[in-house]
Ligand binder design. Structure first.
Ligand code: NAD
Length: 504
């Protein structure tokens, strides 16, 4: 089934994971196997890039920058429009490849490509709206304004769980802002990255724009090399908090700019007034969707004590009805984890949960079938359990109870991460308190919907150990540009600011 898909996406003849204006013939990194996590089968072998290959790519992207920054932004937007059209044409195939390589169910694989298309559409509009301010000058016959200029090549390091969408959040904005991109995808999902590069090459190469979008499929050592590379004014890194801390430190040492999208540990408060039917549906998608491997996955459910038993009973029942299966099959809701090591992390977490006094209410075991499947799991937890402060990248939901909203908010905020959050309430005061400065401390806060599944129109990202970065919509584009404040004197005198006199 997938052989013809690889053919259509032109992945059969390309085993090099490195593109810097052209596919590099024999990159010097190791050869890795891209696996189908639902079966453990090898999809393809990919030659990764090494240190020298990255160097070639970075050099090329710097050369591409010289021309790309001169193209007027709306013309750059036109290129992004064509890339969006290309993705529309290949949505079905690319979505299926995401399903095959990352194990996401079919609608989520397609949703990810739709997110790329949405990002392109957003960026096309943005290409005519890279506004600077005009500011009232205190000096006569002076004009004070700011303008935004391209920054330079942007390094984009991505995680396995959104193997293509996160690239688009960055690449679509970077392109209209005038920046070339070097993409280092996760070593667990190199094929989707190569497929995207092939598709965008069809747009860029005939127009003499090869080198504007580049790829270096490689191990984390090349990620480290990117963080240290002074040719990249911005490194945008998505992944674990441990990775972000390392990247942040290295980039800061050279006083570069980093944009970090790191781990989450997302909570949802279900109040006394909540619509439980609505909450139940939202919790299921947020906690079990993508097999618990979203940065916005719901991990901590904080329920008013009056509803705890009822909600847990209904949830446990619903968990038993979740269809586990091959992710490309219709009706499947729970696919595999990404790898054997992810399964190991899940089983280790279950042992730790029990040691720390958690009660496994349902699930808790690896599923006995080919591929990397685990049971979606609900745990009755206690606030003192250390493990609930950590992100285990698997479908494990901790249930905690509360009496007063202040207590729920304190519990909610009492973790190192600060990505996404939600409250279910029919009381206006509770909703507003949750959204107030003393409410949720996260970058995303929702009322009567779950923490997972953001639209691209808003800026996406989180606080604390989630890294503080913002990507996608709103004014996230500003991170990809440099701001220049300009003052222009159209008079014949030279008044100084703050009334300073300096006449000879
Ligand atoms: P990971 O940290 O293992 O790897 C992410 C990427 O970073 C990979 O490309 C990897 O090669 C690279 N990398 C690892 N160590 C590095 C280093 N020291 N220097 C430079 N690059 C390095 O993460 P993962 O397992 O692929 O993804 C899951 C994690 O990503 C979860 O923590 C999840 O919450 C997070 N995530 C966050 C967001 C967000 O927007 N906040 C989105 C998706 C995933």
């Amino acid at each position: 089934m997938w052989q013809s898909l690889l053919g259509r996406l032109r992945l059969r003849d390309i085993n090099s994971g490195v593109y810097g204006g052209r596919w590099l013939d024999r990159p010097s990194g190791e050869t890795i196997e891209s696996l189908n996590p639902a079966t453990g089968e090898v999809l393809a072998r990919v030659l990764l890039g090494g240190e020298n290959d990255y160097d070639v790519v970075a050099g090329n992207s710097l050369a591409a920058f010289a021309a790309w920054r001169k193209m007027p932004p709306p013309q750059r937007g036109e290129i992004v429009r064509l890339i969006g059209e290309q993705l529309r044409k290949h949505k079905d195939d690319l979505g299926m490849l995401v399903t095959l390589e990352a194990g996401k169910i079919r609608s989520e694989g397609l949703g990810e490509v739709q997110e790329m298309i949405d990002m392109c559409d957003f960026a096309v509009g943005l290409s005519r709206q890279l506004y600077g301010l005009t500011i009232a000058s205190e000096r006569p016959e002076h004009r004070l304004f700011e303008q935004w200029h391209p920054l330079g090549p942007v390094g984009v390091i991505t995680a396995f769980n959104f193997p293509v969408a996160v690239w688009a959040w960055n690449a679509a904005l970077a392109l209209v802002c005038g920046d070339p991109v070097i993409w280092k995808p996760s070593q667990l999902t190199p094929l989707t990255a190569i497929a995207v590069q092939q598709l965008v090459n069809d747009i860029l190469e005939p127009r003499g724009l090869a080198g504007v979008l580049n790829l270096c499929a490689a191990d984390r050592d090349v990620g480290e090399q990117m963080a240290a590379d002074g040719r990249l004014p911005l490194v945008s890194a998505t992944g674990s908090t441990a990775m972000g801390k390392s990247v942040a430190k290295t980039v800061a040492e050279r006083l570069g700019r980093s944009l970090l999208e790191l781990g989450g540990n997302n909570g949802c408060i279900v109040t006394e007034s909540a619509d439980l039917d609505l909450a139940l549906r939202a919790i299921l998608f947020a906690a079990v969707g993508t097999a618990g491997q979203r940065c916005t996955t719901l991990r901590r459910l904080i329920v008013h004590e009056s509803h705890a038993e009822q909600l847990v009973t209904r949830l446990t029942k619903a968990y038993q009805n979740i269809t586990v299966g091959l992710p490309w099959e219709e009706g499947t809701l729970l696919g595999p984890l990404i790898s054997e090591s992810a399964v190991k992390q899940y089983t280790t977490a279950i042992t730790t949960i029990k040691q720390q006094g958690g009660e496994v209410l349902c699930g808790g075991k690896q599923i006995d079938r080919a591929g990397y499947y685990v049971q979606p799991t609900i745990v009755r937890a206690k606030p003192a359990m250390e493990i609930i402060k950590h992100e285990t990248f698997a479908p494990i939901l901790y249930v905690l109870t509360y009496r007063e909203l202040e207590e729920a908010i304190a519990l909610h905020n009492g973790v190192p991460q600060g990505l996404s959050s939600a409250i279910f309430t029919d009381r206006f005061r509770e909703a507003e308190q949750f959204l107030s400065p003393w409410g949720s401390d996260c970058g995303i806060a929702n009322v009567n919907l779950g923490p997972s599944g953001a639209e691209i129109g808003g800026a996406f990202g989180g606080e604390k150990e989630t890294g503080g970065g913002r990507e996608a919509g709103s004014d996230a584009w500003k991170t990809y540009m440099r701001r220049q404040t300009c003052t222009l004197n159209f008079g014949k005198t030279l008044p100084l600011a703050q009334g300073v006199k300096f006449d000879v």
